[in-house]
Design a protein around this ligand. Structure first.
Ligand code: PMP
Ligand code: GLN
Length: 383
């Protein structure tokens, strides 16, 4: 007898980042697909990790994270976003933004709830909603500016809407929320019980003089929001998988009810090291936007002579390139072709949409050293 296993996520295959990174390796292509930096994690931060490991900080830390790291995050939140949050009752350290998103959605979404996502939506949102018995309802962001359409949000909200998931700066389009956007959103949900989940992992990568409008900047929205961020992007340490959730006490209580059984707690020496580094080197996250803006500008400059069309991204370390002047192949086919035949791997963005978009657009990660960007751009300019 063969055992029958009914899938809880029958429509889900291996995620696109794994597929494209594997394909890049197989064809020895320059990997601008999955978003990870080629830069070293800052040496003083690594030294702090060795220090705490060697000093014996290797057993379970508190379930919610070590006090100093939560205190440092509270101080940063007050300074950058003007909100006072309690390190004890409103901040939880989690295993990357990924676990934060999982625990947050699981904490608030029940069977039959509707959750509104803006497409292209980061790949894990919908499966987590579905695992909790919820239904994802999609609003597309469309080119060229991919702005959030608030009228469409008004039209999409129903009595079943439980949660709206936002992501700013937005992966993969780079679009960002403005202070006016937040006011409009607050007005739309004012008389409802709708909660906000705000994925802000690119909070320190925003360009052209904009300041990141965290949901935490908006007192009314922050009262009903879970804000998720990650140290992975900020410290060139995507493999460390450490993030955090900031939410008002009642939501934090629910968040921790899940978090404690998903992972219990997060690597001890890294938490101590990050707490010290946040305190000692705030310039690191304060200067990150300038660092990445230069990378963006280099990449865009190198592609000026290419047949791709693009608008420089407003945030994140991703640049969208429109290839409609080159071919009408689907983005999945063209991404495969580029990896195989041109030696540059990218991410097709249609996989993040419920309804196949009209655009012919691929996402390229420019978090790479200049030599890699030059080599990739040379290949793309030869097309
Ligand atoms: N949200 C977004 C928008 C992301 O791009 C990523 C991936 N890096 C994550 C969440 C997951 O972050 P982490 O690696 O910290 O789990
Ligand atoms: N966030 C990264 C990206 O968008 C990758 C995340 C992952 O590999 N799961 O490319």
């Amino acid at each position: 007898m063969t055992m029958q296993i009914s899938s809880k996520l029958p429509h889900v295959g291996t995620n696109i980042f794994t597929i494209m990174s594997q394909m890049a390796m197989q064809h020895n292509a320059i990997n601008l697909s999955q978003g990870f930096p080629s830069f070293a994690t800052p040496e003083p931060l690594r030294e702090l990790v060795y220090h705490y490991m060697n000093e014996g900080f290797n057993q379970y830390p508190p379930m919610m994270g070590i006090p100093k790291l939560r205190q440092q995050l509270a101080a940063k939140t007050a300074q950058l976003y003007g909100r006072t949050v309690s390190p004890d009752n409103e901040i939880t350290i989690c295993t990357g933004a990924s676990e934060g998103l999982f625990s947050a959605i699981s904490a608030v979404v029940s069977a039959g709830d509707e959750v509104i996502l803006f497409d292209p939506a980061f790949d894990c949102y919908q499966p987590i909603v579905e695992l909790n018995g919820g239904r994802a309802v999609h609003i597309p962001l469309t080119s060229p500016d991919y702005r959030f359409d608030w009228q469409q949000l008004r039209d999409t909200i129903t009595p079943k809407t439980r949660l709206i998931i936002l992501n700013s700066p937005h992966n993969p389009t780079g679009t960002t929320l403005s202070a006016t956007d937040l006011d409009t959103l607050a007005e739309i949900i004012r008389d409802s019980n709708i909660l906000i989940l705000s994925d802000e992992v690119y909070e320190h990568i925003i360009f052209d003089g904009q300041t990141h409008q965290s949901i935490l900047c908006h007192a009314e929205l922050a009262e009903r929001a879970l804000v998720i961020s990650s140290f992975g992007k900020t410290y060139h340490a995507t493999g460390w998988k450490i993030g955090y959730c900031i939410a008002p006490p009642a939501l934090t209580t629910e968040f921790r009810r899940i978090h404690q059984f998903v992972t219990f707690s997060v690597m001890t020496p890294m938490q101590y090291a990050l707490a010290d580094f946040l305190e000692q080197s705030p310039e690191y996250y304060l200067n990150l936007s300038a660092f990445y803006q230069q990378k963006r500008d280099t990449f865009c400059y190198l592609l000026e002579e290419s047949r791709f069309k693009f608008t420089p991204t407003q945030g994140t370390f991703f640049q969208l390139l429109d290839y409609s002047n080159i071919t009408d192949q689907s983005d999945v086919e063209y991404a495969r072709y580029l990896t195989r035949e041109v030696g540059v791997a990218s991410i097709p963005i249609s996989v993040f949409y419920e309804q196949l978009p009209q655009e012919h657009v691929l996402r390229f990660c420019f978090a790479k050293d200049d030599a890699t960007l030059q080599k990739a751009a040379r290949r793309l300019c030869e097309i």
